[in-house]
Design a protein around this ligand. Sequence first.
Ligand code: PLP
Length: 392
Amino acid sequence: MSNFVSGRHFLQTPGPTNLPERVLRAMNRHAINHRGPEFGALGLEIVRKMRMVFQTSSATIGIFPASGTGAWESALTNTLAPGDRILISRTGQFSHLWEQMATRFGLDVVALETDWRRGADAAAIQLALEQDTEHKIKAVCAVQCETSTACMTDIAAVRDAMNAAKHPALLMVDAISSLGCADYKHDDWGVDVTIAGSQKGLMVPPGLSFTAISDKALAVARAGGGRRSYWDWEPLVASNKTGFFPYTPAMNLLYALNEALDMLAEEGLATTFARHARYAQATRLAVAAWGLELQCQDPNAYAPGVTAIRVPEGHSADKLRAVILEKFNMALGNGLGRMEDKVFRIGHMGDLGVLSFTGTLTGVEMGLRAAGIPHNEGGVQAAMNYLATSNG
Ligand code: PLP
């Protein structure tokens, strides 16, 4: 049997995502002097464009040569000292990992449970904050898109809950798998720290992470926070004015980012979000026709960039993914944490045309048959009918 596989690999994980040809070409350049004028101009341009996607006019922008986990660490260590209390909603595996990191830093974590099938409950957050009459809670942490469950948390509602409770805690949001896929308003929602990563809706390879930092969060960091060095925010303030980095930047990823941000601007954020919403809706129509169950049980919380699907009891989601990889050369996301082997996830975020997307669903439907997962036929047809008659 030949080892050669004809045709393009389908990378339909919820990050890393498919890279546009333009982004690949933009990266394919020599490095330049990162202390020279050409680099400074690039840095400034990127800060300006990142503010556009975060929808902020003046937040301090951090760009770290690190995965999203690094930006989590920067958020916690700049604003919080060991013993400080935070409030976090347990919405899935990523909130779990963020919480675990907070615990390792000696923070006092107050956690609100969910069943991992919906977003954070803003009313529960409000109640917890109202009960915190001494304002011991220093930060509320929320994950906008829980990539593991494909459920969204309504960040505007979390902010409203904080305002209703008249609580001064910082609001920190992980928008790693939602920035560039779903509407995100750092300024309007009064977010203090937004965290993002390069490898999802931003259509850039893994390796960069981002923070948007409000003046309030910056003031908290300046007044204290925890021990940090590499992650310290202070040098970012100067960086944002000069375009230079306090260390050697991940230059080729920045070339990629600059191009990807131009592409987002050309498409227009509203169109980008509508495209993701349309693919998500088409995916759910396919899932309903297959007779399978979504992990997300709240229709108001469906994620635009990823759909998590449960396999029937007694069947293996991992086996399904292995069959799809082997037979159809497509990678899907696995079930994480307590959803291991029970859930598979279709990433439909980033650079994805309608035909590649329907090809993705076709691969899933063929895989369901090949792996012997009980289902009804017609999921792809249901998605196609919707896509053929809707605009986007
Ligand atoms: N938060 C969310 C919502 C994620 O989806 C991920 C990664 O998939 C992370 C955090 C961790 O990011 P990274 O793997 O880039 O460190």
